[in-house]
Design a protein around this ligand. Structure first.
Ligand SMILES: Cc1cc2nc3c(=O)[nH]c(=O)nc-3n(C[C@H](O)[C@H](O)[C@H](O)COP(=O)(O)O)c2cc1C
Length: 200
């Protein structure tokens, strides 16, 4: 499938076939593609929490406005990020690079993030947002629908998945076989409002 076609066809789908199971090979493909999502300094700070336990899904649904996607989609992925990925053995993010590149980049990571809590959090959200989009487009190409979600109690979800204190939850992506056509698109803004040339 052409990327442009996947972008056009992807919609936020709310109703899923609860009996459909995704194969291990499909999951492997999906996450291997998601893991090619770019991150600043290649810190790969995303963490994909795949919620398989039906009881845990029910508990998450209860703190997610009772949204059916949470229990019915074949995959529920909680996209979280390690806020401290930048300081956890950062040399591994550049281990295949030539030595002069490693010597330059690895210390630069520390200089960029240390002491900048807001930047660390912003980076987490950027990385997860990009990865979520890759997941949704890959899913579309593989014959699946998806729904990006942030309609849930973030603290409650963090507790349910044992979120480590130096991690943050960004969003969910539910993926599965859609059973209902999505509503017509809500309506796109005019390009003249959203595409700005040079300056606001
Ligand atoms: C960050 C984010 C959070 C969202 N949260 C929810 C959600 O909790 N539940 C839901 O049904 N849809 C959710 N949506 C879907 C949006 O409503 C949907 O993407 C938007 O209306 C555009 O429709 P489309 O994705 O079909 O083009 C979310 C979308 C994004 C990007």
């Amino acid at each position: 499938m052409e990327v442009s076609r996947a972008i056009e066809l992807r919609r936020a789908v709310k109703a899923y076939d609860a009996d459909h199971r995704m194969s291990e090979a499909e999951k492997e493909k999906l996450f291997s593609l998601a893991m090619l999502s770019p991150t600043a300094f290649n810190i790969q700070n995303w963490r994909f929490v795949v919620v398989t336990d039906p009881e845990l899904r029910k508990q998450i649904r209860a703190v997610a406005w009772d949204q059916a996607q949470v229990t019915d989609a074949s995959l529920l992925v909680v996209l979280a990020a390690d806020l401290k990925a930048w300081e956890k053995d950062p040399a591994r993010y550049w281990r295949n690079a030539p030595q002069p590149v490693q010597d330059y980049l690895v210390p630069a990571i520390d200089q960029y993030y240390r002491g900048r809590e807001q930047v660390q959090r912003d980076e987490a959200m950027r990385s997860c947002g990009i990865a979520a989009m890759n997941l949704m487009l890959a899913a579309k190409e593989m014959g699946y629908d998806s729904c990006p979600m942030d309609g849930f109690d973030f603290d409650a979800v963090g507790k349910l998945i044992n979120l480590p204190p130096d991690h943050v939850v960004a969003m969910f992506v539910a993926i599965g076989k859609g059973t209902q056509e999505p509503f017509p698109r809500g309506g796109q803004l005019p390009m003249s409002e959203v595409v700005i040339t040079d300056r606001f």
